[in-house]
Write a protein that binds this ligand. Sequence first.
Ligand code: NAP
Length: 324
Amino acid sequence: MVEKVVIIGSGPAGWTAAIYAARANLQPVIYEGALTEDNRLKGTLPLGQLNLTTEVENFPGFPEGVNGPELMMKMREQAERYGTRIVTDDVVSLDLKKRPFTLKTLGGDSIEAHALIISTGASANYIGLESEEKYKNRGVSACAVCDGALPRFRNKPLIVVGGGDSAAEEGHYLTKFASAVHLVHRRDSMSKASKIMADRLLSHAKVKPVWDSVVEEVLGEEEKGVTAVRVKNVKTGQTQLIEATGVFVAIGHTPNTKFLAGQIELDAKGFIVLKDPARTTTSVEGVFAAGDVADPIYKQAITAAGTGCKAALDAERWLAEKHL
Ligand code: NAP
């Protein structure tokens, strides 16, 4: 049997695509990801990046805020309610060179599909320290916009790691809450950031750059979470302790597109290239992309959900045109 629409990935983009596709009677199947240790370590378990956060305060409709994992479960329930078939498995390889498309899963299944919606998201890069892993969700975050306003960060010194636009944006965002923002960067300038964003950050009274430095260890206590970081100057070798209740890692995101290599056009950073930026069409006819996997700019849950809706509508129209 050939499926009409298969959706790969289960963040806000995937579930929104599923809700729309199910309500359009396309009987979508969603591959939400496999529950493996490997996925846990990579941050690619089912339900996407929101499932890795605590309180979400910027998703419209929840004036009191909503718990990230709870929001994702509700999206999943909504998709299921309208008839989406959910498979808890990863798509590990696919053949997009002939139609119908063929997909292979980690569990060893083989599926055929007329249309595909790829919404596998992106995973935040972390430094890779054991102590960083230990304090994730207890002071270590890779998303200032998601977590910055939480009580533990208010009027407290915070650390931002990185020197690109993400660090500039996240650092500036955090000045709203923090008593001080220490920007720890391994170079002596924010050479990867746009000048306007770097200047805006560095001219802020609360921002204190710590140049030529890397975080060696995140320090904390079982109850309190993060309390400080030890940073090392890469030029002099000297170390110093900086007190902080939060460490925001802003060293880039990596889109989850490794399994697509050679099948579809990706940009230099691995994001799926949209054929028309206003649509969700890709270099392969019948394959649509939604959410962070094709978004190097906004990377928000609400924008992902919006493009999930667009992808389902694009797929529905394409299937109708092809009489599939
Ligand atoms: P990026 O431009 O790749 O910058 C990553 C930064 O992290 C670099 O300064 C890099 O240092 C540093 N870094 C990388 N790995 C590191 C490690 N292991 N340890 C310590 N530091 C490390 O990534 P980004 O800032 O996330 O931006 C990605 C894209 O999104 C860019 O095109 C950016 O313009 C765009 N963006 C735009 C906006 C906006 O316009 N509002 C906001 C955010 C992002 P080096 O300099 O040494 O490589």
